[in-house]
Design a protein around this ligand. Structure first.
Ligand SMILES: Cc1cc2nc3c(=O)[nH]c(=O)nc-3n(C[C@H](O)[C@H](O)[C@H](O)COP(=O)(O)OP(=O)(O)OC[C@H]3O[C@@H](n4cnc5c(N)ncnc54)[C@H](O)[C@@H]3O)c2cc1C
Length: 400
């Protein structure tokens, strides 16, 4: 594992932006549960949306590590704004930039650079951790694909324009080809958000159910990784490794913000005639938080700068999984301890700790649960393939 050098100037710029534009809005975004379009416009104007897009498509060609620096600074104040920057640079947009045709890249870059946060549509009611059990299907009809099915827990479903939809592809003769990625845009006939979840935290970000009813996607909007449909799922899921590092960084940033609040409060709040920071029990809580934070940051940065096997443009899956597990679990402990240091005020909506405690809870679930990612780490360690589904039929993939 190599510890990469970071761009300190970029981090300072992101920190100043977050303090000026994001911090004052965070509580209201949570309270109103409304997507922060005003912040999105400012993020785009500051060049934080689509910063990983290569210069030939209008971006800055920034690295995933650069994105992590920005995301941590935003997450210290507002997790929703930080998640917008994750998805504006990693996941679906990075998959299009890696595997897309020139036309797809131009289309996606234009949307994201203008502030669109793409949606990545994988999870279904009966296919969560077992994502390959998805039943949404795409049937070939001449030069088009017709998609039918249902996804849920899709981040930004009602606000995203670019949708990367994972579906089982079938040729004109009804033979299954494998799982592919299909690009669609909000407003297309047959693409409908039918329900928004009421979530515990991250409240300004809509999580929605999407229903596809004869959604038509031209063949030119199929995202084709080098392995085609037969290897498509594995290769498209590789793009998710960048998003995992981003998600872990949001969790770590929330924890870093909580620790800043807790340090300031411990020095200010007096009991028994002295600042509570003078009690060793609290000093050790703060020290443990700092140690876990440093370890999380180093793991995330190393994962962000790594590359998977076979010339993958995405982070190493094993390092990304380890970093997300460690950072998301450490962040829950850190935020919990920081809330404790605030006493009753930590439990009050008048202070940010309770919002942070609700927000941070998500990151051991979304983007691969901590258990499922441990399976990935263990399989690498043991040199075994991940266990197959018990009911998986041995089904050779048909040619495209
Ligand atoms: C806020 C939020 C945003 C999300 N955004 C998106 C999105 O944008 N796009 C998208 O496609 N999905 C999204 N998801 C869905 C997310 O990826 C799934 O929730 C996740 O993959 C787990 O699936 P599940 O919820 O169905 O849990 P299940 O798969 O039902 O798992 C239930 C429990 O069983 C455990 N478990 C399951 N299988 C195993 C196993 N083999 N070994 C050990 N334990 C196991 C899990 O760890 C978990 O604890 C989001 C979820 C949340 C909460």
């Amino acid at each position: 594992m190599t510890i990469p050098v970071i761009d300190a100037a970029l981090r300072a710029r992101a920190a100043a932006f977050a303090r000026e534009h994001v911090a004052p809005r965070a509580a209201a975004i949570d309270e109103s549960r409304e997507y922060p379009w005003d912040i999105v416009q400012k993020l785009a104007a500051a060049g934080f949306m689509g910063m990983t897009i290569p210069p030939e498509w209008g971006g800055r060609g920034a690295s995933f590590l650069d994105v992590c620096l920005v995301v941590e600074e935003l997450a210290k104040h507002c997790s929703v704004s930080a998640r917008i920057v994750v998805e504006g640079n990693m996941g679906a947009i990075s998959a299009v930039m890696a595997y897309g045709t020139p036309e797809q890249k131009a289309w996606a870059a234009k949307l994201v650079l203008a502030g669109d946060k793409p949606a990545i549509c994988i999870t279904e009611p009966e296919a969560g951790s077992d994502a390959a059990a998805m039943t949404t299907r795409a049937d070939r009809r001449g030069e088009r694909w017709v998609i039918n099915g249902r996804k849920h827990w899709i981040t930004g479903a009602s606000v995203s324009r670019l949708h990367l939809i994972f579906a089982r592809a079938f040729d004109a003769g009804g033979r299954e080809l494998g799982i592919g990625g299909f690009l669609a845009e909000r407003g297309q006939k047959g693409l409908e958000m039918t329900r928004r979840e009421t979530t515990m935290g991250l409240c300004g970000m809509p999580e929605g159910e999407l229903v596809f009813t004869d959604l038509e996607v031209p063949d030119a909007m199929v995202l084709r990784p080098p392995g085609g449909f037969a290897r498509g799922f594995a290769e498209l899921m590789n793009a998710y490794n960048s998003q995992r590092v981003g998600a872990g960084t949001v969790a770590m940033g929330i924890a870093a913000g909580a620790l800043e609040h807790a340090v300031a409060w411990a020095k200010e709040r007096r009991q028994f005639g002295r600042p509570i920071a003078e009690f060793q029990g609290l000093q050790w809580m703060l020290a443990d938080a700092q140690i876990q934070l440093t370890a999380s940051r180093l793991m995330l940065h190393a994962a962000a700068a790594s590359r998977g096997p076979g010339g993958s443009p995405f982070p190493d899956p094993d390092l990304a999984a380890q970093a997300k597990i460690f950072a998301s679990e450490a962040a829950m402990r850190i935020v919990n301890d920081c809330l404790q240091i605030f006493g009753a005020r930590g439990y009050s909506r008048a202070f940010p700790l309770e919002r942070m405690a609700r927000d941070v809870r998500m990151f051991t679930i979304g983007g691969g649960t901590a258990q499922v990612l441990r399976n990935l780490v263990a399989s690498k360690l043991l040199g075994w393939k991940l266990p197959q589904r018990r009911d998986a039929a041995a089904r050779p993939a048909a040619a495209e």
